[in-house]
Design a protein around this ligand. Structure first.
Ligand SMILES: [Zn+2]
Length: 276
């Protein structure tokens, strides 16, 4: 038994030695693995540090980007606010009336040639202007209704009282020389003289362009009541000469009056684009 035990012991010692060697090998392997892992960890950490460095820069870039985004947002909101105030202003403008004054009326016929009365031509053109302005979305009112007689000062007072946006008076001209024809527009010294001059100029240019009539002059006058007592940009247009037979004939046609009205409205619209 012993011999066997010895033998066994011997064999047993050999197995123990192998186990020890195996354990040592495992230990060495484990140490190697640990060393490799540590090395990899250190390398990874180093890589992370290296990789992290560029991350530092984008932080400030991000701040700048955020500032840019904030600035863009502020700009957009400013633009929105500007757009809103422009829309409100435009809406407010549309709520203010453009007063169209048909010169003379009632017992005051204005100039009369060959039974053609100025007050009637004025009234027809004025009504056409009002309709066209309303079609374009503007609020437009007549300073006198029908064939009523209204004092000049009362017409202007109405425009001032209602805080009118613009005031345009329509008249016909006359001259001892029958051949004289064409359109002229007047503006006054009313506290907004430059605006009135500009309105008169646009109305004159557009009406001449629409009709092909002779362009006479742009006249400043400090005595005409309707353009001097008004508080808003105002002008007075003489759309033709009733004393001129040919022009009188044209003024008696709806087609020509429509052209005049179209020109006046274009002049008003042009003015409103320059002085919104
Ligand atoms: Zn007149």
């Amino acid at each position: 038994m012993y011999g066997r035990r010895h033998y066994r012991g011997y064999r047993g010692n050999g197995r123990q030695t192998g186990a020890v060697l195996q354990a040592v090998l495992w230990a060495i392997t484990a140490v190697c693995i640990v060393v490799v892992c540590v090395a990899m960890a250190i390398h990874t950490k180093a890589s992370q540090v290296v990789a992290a460095e560029p991350m530092v820069l984008p932080v400030s870039v991000t701040v700048r980007e955020r500032e840019i985004v904030d600035l863009a947002r502020e700009t957009v909101s400013e633009m929105e606010r500007a757009g809103e105030s422009a829309a409100i202003r435009m809406q407010a403008e549309k709520e203010r009336a453009i007063v169209i004054d048909a010169g003379h009326g009632g017992m005051d016929g204005g100039c009369v040639f060959d039974d053609v009365k100025e007050k009637d031509i004025n009234r027809r053109i004025a009504w056409e202007v009002v309709k066209k302005l309303r079609d374009r979305g503007y609020r437009a009112e007549l300073a006198r209704k029908g064939d009523d007689y209204v004092e000049k000062i009362d017409r202007v007072a109405y425009a001032n009282r209602t805080n009118a946006l613009l005031y345009v008076s329509i008249h016909q001209n006359s001259c001892e020389v029958g051949s004289v024809s064409g359109i002229e527009t007047w503006y006054g010294e009313n506290g907004v003289t430059e605006e009135s001059r500009q309105l008169a100029q646009f109305v004159q240019q557009e009406t001449v362009s629409a009709t092909g009539a002779v362009s006479r002059e742009l006249v400043s006058d400090d005595e005409l009541c309707v353009i001097n007592k008004s508080h808003m940009p105002s002008c007075l247009i003489e759309t033709g000469f009733l004393s001129n037979k040919d022009e009188r004939g044209k003024l008696c046609t709806e087609e020509y009056r429509e052209k005049i009205a179209e020109g006046i409205v274009r002049g008003i619209e042009r003015y409103l684009k320059v002085f919104p």
